[in-house]
Design a binder for this molecule. Structure first.
Ligand code: S3P
Length: 168
């Protein structure tokens, strides 16, 4: 089984992915983490010094590599779906879209310093809305399963996924 989590920044992909993998006894792979490990520097550094285009190349490489694993949960970065070739790649797994409101994204990124796309803006809400408009249709197009955020945090999302996959 190969589960792939997609969704906007701060939708909980990494946390949910890690917990889901533990619960289902699957390997956990976080694409952003793999990019940082390989590069030896942070994502912010990569955006600053190399630019977004180079980041997307690194991201595609790590995605393709991660898909060599069966029996895993893969958490992606929010922009994974902006590259057509990534969309083709993620079809190799069961794609789970973590749908998240702008309000939740704003709350969770209040003190965030790690997300370059939110650092260079003086209106976070507007930036998140713009990204949502472009990306939500793409997330939806790719998703096999869509999970709306619950009121009770990440564990509720994990439960919902397990339930839908009937893995209890
Ligand atoms: C990005 C999201 C980030 C990270 C990079 C670009 C995006 O991941 O990949 O900063 O384009 O939305 P998260 O979704 O985990 O924040």
């Amino acid at each position: 089984m190969r589960l792939i989590l997609i969704g906007p920044m701060a939708s909980g992909k990494s946390t949910v992915g890690r917990r889901l993998a533990k619960r289902l006894k699957l390997e956990f792979i976080d694409i952003d983490e793999e990019i940082e490990k390989k590069a030896g520097v942070s994502i912010s550094w990569i955006f600053d010094v190399e630019g977004e285009k180079k980041f997307r190349e690194r991201e595609n490489k790590e995605l393709v590599k991660s898909l060599k694993n069966d029996n895993c949960v893969i958490s992606t970065g929010g922009g994974i779906i902006v590259e057509d070739k990534n969309i083709d790649s993620i079809k190799k797994g069961t794609v789970i879209f973590l749908e998240t409101s702008i309000q939740t994204q704003l709350e969770r990124t209040l003190n965030d310093k790690k997300r370059p796309l939110l650092q260079g803006t003086d209106n976070k809400e507007e930036t998140l809305k713009e990204l949502k408009e472009i990306r939500d249709p793409l997330y939806r197009k790719c998703a096999d399963i869509t999970i709306k955020e619950g009121k009770n945090g990440h564990n509720e999302v994990v439960d919902k996924i397990v339930d839908i996959l009937k893995l209890k």
